[in-house]
Design a protein. Sequence first.
Length: 187
Amino acid sequence: MNAIQGNGAAINQLASSLNCSTQQIQNTLCNIQGTLGMSSQQIINAVQSMGCQIGNQIASCCCDLRESITKMGYESQLATVNQTNTLQSSANTQFNILGAKIDAQTQIINDRFCQLEMREMQNKIDMLRQENSNLALAASQQAQTANIVSQLRAPAPVPAYIVQNPSCCTTPTVAVTAAPACAGTLF
């Protein structure tokens, strides 16, 4: 037991490393020494060796954990990039669909305006035809009227006899002559 107590500094360090009391370490060492027949220095060396193995395992675990975290970070970034690319592709597809729909609507509107313009032009053509027809009819009527007027202006023949007034016997007789000529056109 004196050998174990001689290594008090090592036991204190071991207790501090394992986060337990020195009494617990000493009791455990005594139990091990009694069971295995090892010297206290051998037991301390075995515990320290085990502590080193545990430390190495903890360090390895820490490194593995750090590596996993880094890997997860890269995988997360890669997933974000893939998701962004998918969203961008979907947005481009939707943009192209909307653009095609807008183009189709624009074409329909342009066609409707063209049809409206053609209807308006046809209405104007019909109106001008009617006006032309009315003007042609007016010109024809004016020509007919001028023809009639010119025929009426022609000298009328002088009657060959005189007509007596039947109302009265003493009334002078009146000679029938041609109608007076018009001094202008009717239009």
